[in-house]
Design a protein around this ligand. Structure first.
Ligand code: FAD
Length: 491
């Protein structure tokens, strides 16, 4: 897919189009980095955003969810205060104040974004963008007026939205998605979460900790079902201890009632019909790409059968001069990947050849404790027939975890059998995301595992647990080949 520069004629549109070097539709992470970087370099850049300055991450996804999750952790500490020798007085949760704290953070992030647009010179246009021709976008501004923009290059960064499955009664029940769940001003009496992926488990735990009764329904036999069995068992055990009711292997047949009042979810579990009654429903069952109203056809941009923009490994679409970054391009659904897509675009538009294939995709599930992984899981290694040595230790031998008395979980690493290369690392435990990042950096530098085992690491940090992990005796699982297909976590 070539990257043509100003070679696509559209004479009909030319007279009324405003010309830009780069036009971006959607101000997600990749898009905004493109806008600020290229505008700072002197290019004429227009960013079209329908609603969320800065995209999902600071407004309705990563950062507000982590803000709420942190407050939920404080609520959990408050409940456990006697364990710390702090006598508990009366304890009352004010959900509208929880929301207020989150809103304050979001609004300060928006200010930071607006300053970056001002400082870089990128033009932020608030409105809905859709293609009306090759590299030509019509923006319906929020006041109803229209503008027509043409870019030498156009970038699609419109992302995805929460899917609401076509289960009878579900859409009519007006379920919460993550957007409304992060805006609750009252604790639900009984929240029914549909979907046990990372969004579902993070929000289920947080809302439970605010005092709601929570049930979580998943069609698979385990929460976070793509992960190794010891991980899914550990998450299951955590949820059980927190009083969250998992309803697994369950196919939802119908829903009745209204979320926010009373809802009834009828599901078939292992051949038996079961009814779950609650007050609210939260759907977290997957994502749908935002391409439906984008007019991609008139721009020559093809989409996959699931509606994602078709791109090659350089993030070029099927239309010359049009690119896609972030979730809408089918990239793994993380902010750091949308950010990496920015680097791919930046290098390629400047004549380089930067590809998306083969990149490490770390991720962290922000339950408490966290689960984080980089590189291969055991399931993936087996599916690919890659032999490995398995290192695994409980968090209880990590001295920092002991000091915190937060000893739930384990550390696990896969190391090649024919070299000391680390193939994968995962941690379910306090501070897992930070420990995983340390191992990732070692993997990026191709350090053998013994470098971590023998490194001088500050005591007592959680990263010091890597001494215990890589100093332990590995096992070599006999069965390394299975018929399972490799899976990309959360992709
Ligand atoms: C609840 C939740 C928690 C998450 N937590 C994490 C996390 O902890 N860590 C992590 O790495 N990832 C997390 N993610 C995923 C992460 O939010 C996304 O992967 C990330 O924001 C990158 O998205 P993006 O760049 O593709 O686009 P987005 O950031 O989603 O931005 C796309 C933008 O395009 C705009 N838009 C869409 N269509 C149009 C149009 N036609 N015209 C104009 N504008 C348009 C939208 O309004 C939106 O602002 C989470 C997601 C959810 C839902």
């Amino acid at each position: 897919m070539p990257n043509a520069k100003n070679t696509f004629p559209s004479p009909a549109k030319k007279a009324s189009s405003e010309e830009y070097d780069i036009v971006i539709i959607g101000s997600g992470t990749g898009g905004k980095l493109i806008a600020w970087t290229f505008a700072s370099e002197g290019q004429r850049v227009a960013m079209i955003e329908r609603k969320y300055v800065g995209g999902s991450c600071p407004n309705i996804a990563c950062l507000p969810s982590k803000n709420i999750i942190h407050t939920a952790q404080v609520a959990s500490y408050a409940r456990r205060s006697e364990e710390f020798g702090i006598a508990r007085g009366s304890f009352k949760l004010d959900m509208s104040a929880v929301r207020g704290r989150k809103r304050k953070m979001v609004s300060s992030l928006i200010d930071t974004h607006l300053a970056a647009y001002r400082d870089s010179g990128a033009e932020l246009i608030m409105g809905f963008g859709r293609f009306i021709g090759p590299r030509t976008v019509e923006v319906t501004l929020n006041d109803g007026t229209k503008r027509q923009l043409k870019g030498t290059n156009v970038v699609i960064n419109t992302s995805t939205h929460a899917a609401i499955d076509s289960i009878p009664g579900l859409a009519e029940a007006q379920p919460l998605t993550h957007i409304e769940a992060l805006e609750l001003d009252k604790v639900p009496e009984h929240l029914v979460v549909i979907g046990g992926g990372y969004v579902g488990v993070e929000l289920a735990q947080a809302i439970r900790r605010f005092g709601s009764k929570v049930s979580i329904i998943d069609r698979n036999g385990r929460l976070l079902h793509r992960e190794d069995d010891d991980v899914t068992e550990a998450i299951g055990g955590l949820f059980q201890d927190e009083g969250i009711d998992p309803i697994l292997n369950a196919r939802i047949k119908r829903v009745s009632g209204q979320s926010g009042q009373r809802v009834k979810v009828t599901a078939e579990q292992n051949g038996v019909e079961k009814t779950i009654e609650g007050t609210h429903i939260l759907v977290a069952t997957g994502r749908i790409p935002n391409t439906k109203d984008l007019g991609v056809e008139v721009a020559g941009v093809q989409v996959t059968d699931r509606g994602y923009v078709k791109v090659n490994e350089r993030l070029e679409t099927t239309a010359p001069g049009i690119w896609a970054v972030g979730e809408v391009a089918g990239s793994p659904q993380f902010t750091h990947i949308s950010e990496d897509d920015f680097h791919v675009f930046h290098d390629n538009v400047n004549g380089g050849n930067h590809v998306t294939t083969g990149r490490l995709v770390p991720f962290c599930v922000f339950t408490d404790p966290e689960f984080a992984r980089v590189g291969l899981s055991e399931k993936e290694a087996r599916a690919k027939g890659i032999p490995y040595r398995l290192f695994k230790v409980p968090m209880a031998i990590v001295l920092r975890a002991r000091a915190l008395v937060e000893t739930r979980g384990f550390l696990k690493a896969l190391v090649a059998t024919d070299s000391d290369r680390i193939l994968g690392f995962m941690n379910f435990g306090v501070g897992a995301g930070e420990v995983m990042s340390a191992v990732q950096i070692a993997m990026m530098g191709r350090l053998p595992y013994i470098s971590l085992r023998d490194a001088v690491l500050a005591h007592p940090t959680l990263v010091e647990g890597l001494h215990m992990l890589f100093g332990s005796t590995p096992s070599v699982p006999s069965e390394t080949i299975s018929a399972e297909l490799p899976v990309q976590a959360n992709a």
